[in-house]
Design a protein around this ligand. Structure first.
Ligand code: GLP
Length: 252
């Protein structure tokens, strides 16, 4: 586990965008695992900027997104497929046929989950998976639980997640109660994992996830044992780490 400290959200976004850009330059047809939420927005803006300047080329890149709300389709502006197009895909030269998001409107859960696992398999696995950190320690929509769900699955969203995502919807009743999400095995099998975390409100959960025990009660904690995991966190998010903990993890 490698922990990089960033001054603030913009600095975190640039550092993470640099890592993604290096991946695309070194392997132009790489498979990027992508995430939604507020955390990656700065990365997408930075990558679009570098694309517009001619510094990065997405023409051969393939993508798989972590998750999607059950019941929301591409015409719903809160769906993750809509988020990805409007915040990233529509602004770069990616072939949209090479982008994948679980299909929230497929009512056949079993079919959708095994289809998505097969999509990842057919791509040859994920080269670099980008992750945010849920306020309760979730990754994708792998919510705190008694066990780690391995493959793509449909999950009920916890109250904490519904509350956290409430801000994007007009009324609380509009927040979907279920999501399709990659499982822990899908994420852990990625060659590299990159997590970004920003803000004071994530400080306690960040410390619990990476300095506490590995447990499905804090799903992100499993990343402690990933073979190539990089965390880029800003100073506010790192504010619960003590001086000794920073030294131990070589955080400058
Ligand atoms: C959502 C997404 C996660 C994301 C999390 C944190 O629930 N499913 O992939 O990491 O929210 O979001 P934010 O970055 O807005 O804090």
């Amino acid at each position: 586990m490698r922990i990089l400290a960033a001054r603030d959200y913009d600095h975190m976004s640039r550092q993470a965008a640099n890592i993604i850009s290096a991946q695309v330059i070194l392997k132009p047809d790489c498979v990027l695992g992508l995430a939604t939420g507020s955390s990656p927005l700065g990365i997408y803006r930075q990558l679009i900027d570098w694309y517009q300047k001619g510094d990065i080329n997405f023409s051969q890149v393939r993508t798989v997104n972590l998750d999607e709300y059950v019941g929301l389709g591409e015409d719903n502006d809160q769906s993750y497929i809509h988020f990805m197009r409007s915040n990233f895909f529509d602004h770069i030269n990616i072939n949209q046929a090479n982008t994948n998001v679980p299909c929230g409107t497929n009512p056949d859960t079993e079919a959708e989950c095994s289809r998505y696992d097969q999509v990842i398999k057919n791509l040859g696995g994920i080269d670099l998976q980008l992750l945010g950190l849920g306020p309760n320690g979730h990754i994708g929509f792998n919510e705190p639980n008694e066990y780690f769900a391995m493959d793509t699955h449909k999950t009920p969203l916890t109250d904490a997640t519904i509350q956290a995502n409430r801000r994007f919807f007009e009324k609380e009743e509009d927040v979907p109660r279920y999501a399709y999400t990659m499982g822990i095995r899908n994420i852990m099998q990625a060659e590299k994992v990159l997590m970004i975390v920003s803000g004071k409100q994530k400080a306690a959960i960040l410390k619990e996830a990476f300095l506490g025990p590995v447990t499905p009660k804090v799903p992100a904690s499993i990343l402690q044992i990933h073979k190539d995991f990089t965390l880029v966190a800003d100073e506010e998010a790192l504010s619960a780490f003590t001086h000794e903990e920073r030294e131990k993890w070589n955080i400058e």
